[in-house]
Design a protein around this ligand. Structure first.
Ligand SMILES: [Zn+2]
Ligand SMILES: [Zn+2]
Length: 314
């Protein structure tokens, strides 16, 4: 005879609970991450506000973009995500508190401290932003942390599976807003209008997508064709060693970093200028402006050596 099963994962349930220990554990982890995720989202949004269009400075403009990965961020999607999170987390904190005949202790020093502490649980590769940490703890963060303190009560709540599903979906949305799945930039839409003007809208493709559509004019594209078109003409452009490594790999001629540096040292590929980055953006200059500037090489030069070496190696 089998007893009741967990509504989330189908594992057998203990006495008097509606959600198994593992599922409650997952739920608590998700809730505990809410303050740090919201702090990260604030940083992502702040960065988005700062990164307006840059005026081009002296010297030649930076090289046109190539099909490499860039993150796209959508401010309005971020707002929807927060709203959904608030509905789920605050709603369920209220429902549970009502059943327990208590009030979620929002605003108490104890809960505020716990919440601030959880904001520090940043991803290891990100530095916490002092300004974001100094913001007052919001009700949704505090409700999330309040819920994490009621593990047992949640497990016994009749609607616990529903609570778990709603919170998981909301936190998933939040994670995606903080670090969206990779999208690929494929250059500007080349389709011409009746007057012969190119559409010029940015073309993006979801990771591993075969096709994409221009969001402005609706022109459909095959991703692979856009990529090869973007690489045509790239041979005459100049790139740093780091960019060359990636491009040579994309073009089917992967070369180890040490080999590429050796070619540069032996002048088998000649430097064509410097890549300089400042507050105006990145551009190629014919002289070194700052010590951080990297020398750039013509992609075609590197490709020719790579092809030659490849032919000799065969
Ligand atoms: Zn379960
Ligand atoms: Zn278009």
């Amino acid at each position: 005879m089998t007893g009741p099963l967990c509504g989330e994962c189908g594992r057998p349930l203990g006495d008097g609970v509606t959600l198994c220990k593992e599922c409650v554990g997952n739920l608590i982890e998700q809730l505990a991450d809410v303050p740090a995720l919201l702090a990260e989202l604030a940083i992502v949004r702040a960065g988005l506000a700062r990164s307006g269009p840059r005026s081009s400075g002296a010297g030649r403009p930076a090289e046109p973009p190539l099909p490499v990965r860039l993150d796209g961020r959508d401010r309005r999607a971020g707002e929807r995500v927060v709203l959904r999170l608030e509905t789920a987390v605050i709603g369920w904190a209220r429902a549970l508190a009502e059943d327990l005949h208590v009030c979620p202790a929002v605003g108490t020093a104890y809960l505020v401290d716990l919440t601030q502490e959880r904001r520090l649980a940043f991803r290891a590769d990100r530095r916490p932003d002092a300004a974001a940490l100094a913001e007052p703890a919001t009700p949704v963060e505090q409700c999330a942390i309040w819920l994490t303190r009621h593990r047992r009560e949640i497990a016994r709540h009749e609607a616990a599976p529903e609570l778990a599903r709603e919170v998981a979906a909301a936190v998933r949305g939040l994670r995606r807003a903080v670090a969206p799945p990779p999208r690929e930039y494929l250059g500007l839409c080349p389709r011409k209008d009746d007057a012969g003007q190119p559409c010029g809208h940015e073309l993006w493709a979801e990771d591993r997508a075969v096709q994409t559509v221009c969001r402005r004019c609706g022109a459909p594209y095959v991703v692979a064709e856009l990529k090869s078109a973007a690489l045509t003409g790239a041979e005459d452009r100049h790139y740093s060693v780091a960019d060359l490594l990636r491009l040579l790999t994309e073009l089917g001629h992967p070369v180890p970093r040490s080999t590429l540096y050796r070619w540069a040292q032996q002048r088998r590929i000649a430097p064509r200028g410097w890549q300089h980055t400042d507050e105006r953006g990145t551009r190629i200059t014919d002289h070194q402006i700052s010590p951080e500037d990297r020398q750039v090489y013509r992609l075609g030069d590197a490709l020719a050596v790579a092809r030659k070496e490849g032919a000799e190696a065969v």
